[in-house]
Design a protein around this ligand. Structure first.
Ligand code: MLT
Length: 264
């Protein structure tokens, strides 16, 4: 399905009935990251899984896309679909966007699920790395971004034993439009530190991290994130890396089901 929001055509999947659950993918990914959640949670949730602008089947306008701009698109999409307060579930960049959404649209949030993400801004070296990647993608397309991310996204055991998951993640990254990858990298490089807003979060919050996530490690980023949000629960999934919902869908979905049952 498609909707025009903020002059941009967004592709999205909407299915199921129950509490509205907005699934926000990471970088450089698309809504298919959430296939196992769309399939297996739609008996208890109305799942909305968009392709963010610049990714998947959505339009890919030129230029930087800030986390707030993505959040504005999501708010406009919910308006178009006439959906009230939602549980926002965001993975990595999707988590940065979920926090931007909370900051601007808190009244529209019933709960937060923050997956393999962080609140902090980039250190200077990480910011420079993004600008370097932008140059590479301008010259060579999505491949350098996909190849750089792949070894960091998945747990060692996934990479060794599950070639289907490796291939699925790699293919997803390779098909993303270069202009979308560039816009996201520039937006992430500029994102502000969201740490100060964490104590303001007064809705139920679940943090889910892969035990082997090397991008946002559970023992540092996961622990710090959950500790700063009043009442937040941290779940660490064994045998999962940065894409914990894709690598361990059953355990991930169990954690989300238990959480949703507690969200008013
Ligand atoms: C993601 O998975 O969305 C990225 O790792 C986020 C980032 O590059 O900071």
């Amino acid at each position: 399905m498609e909707a025009i929001v903020n002059c941009t055509r967004l592709y999205y999947v909407q299915m199921g009935q129950g509490i509205p659950l907005l699934l926000v993918h990471g970088y450089p990914l698309d809504h298919t990251l959430w296939l196992a959640q769309m399939d297996r949670l739609s008996d208890i949730a109305q799942v909305i899984a968009p392709d963010l602008r610049g990714f998947g089947q959505s339009d890919a306008p030129d230029g930087i896309c800030t986390m707030v701009a993505y959040a504005d698109d999501l708010a406009a999409l919910l308006d178009a679909l006439k959906i009230g307060p939602v549980v926002v579930c965001g993975l990595s960049m999707g988590g940065y966007i979920a926090l931007a959404f909370w900051k601007k649209y808190a009244a529209r949030v019933r709960g937060l699920i923050l997956v393999d993400t962080r609140a902090g801004a980039d250190a200077p070296a990480a910011r420079q790395g993004r600008l370097d990647m932008v140059e590479q993608v301008k010259q060579h397309g999505a491949k350098p971004a996909a190849d750089a991310m792949l070894p960091r996204l998945l747990a060692e055991s996934t990479r060794q034993l599950r070639p289907d998951v490796v291939e699925f993640a790699h293919a997803m990254m390779l098909r993303q439009p270069p202009v979308g990858i560039i816009g996201a990298q520039l937006g992430m490089a500029e994102r502000p530190d969201s740490t100060p807003i964490l104590p303001t979060i007064n809705v139920p919050t679940l943090a889910v991290f892969g035990a082997e996530d090397v991008v946002t490690p559970a023992e540092t980023e996961g622990r710090d994130l959950a500790a700063a949000i009043p009442g937040a629960k941290l779940v660490v999934l064994p045998d999962a890396g940065h894409l914990s919902n894709l690598e361990q869908p059953d355990a991930f979905n169990t954690a989300v089901r238990e959480f949703l049952a507690c969200v008013a």
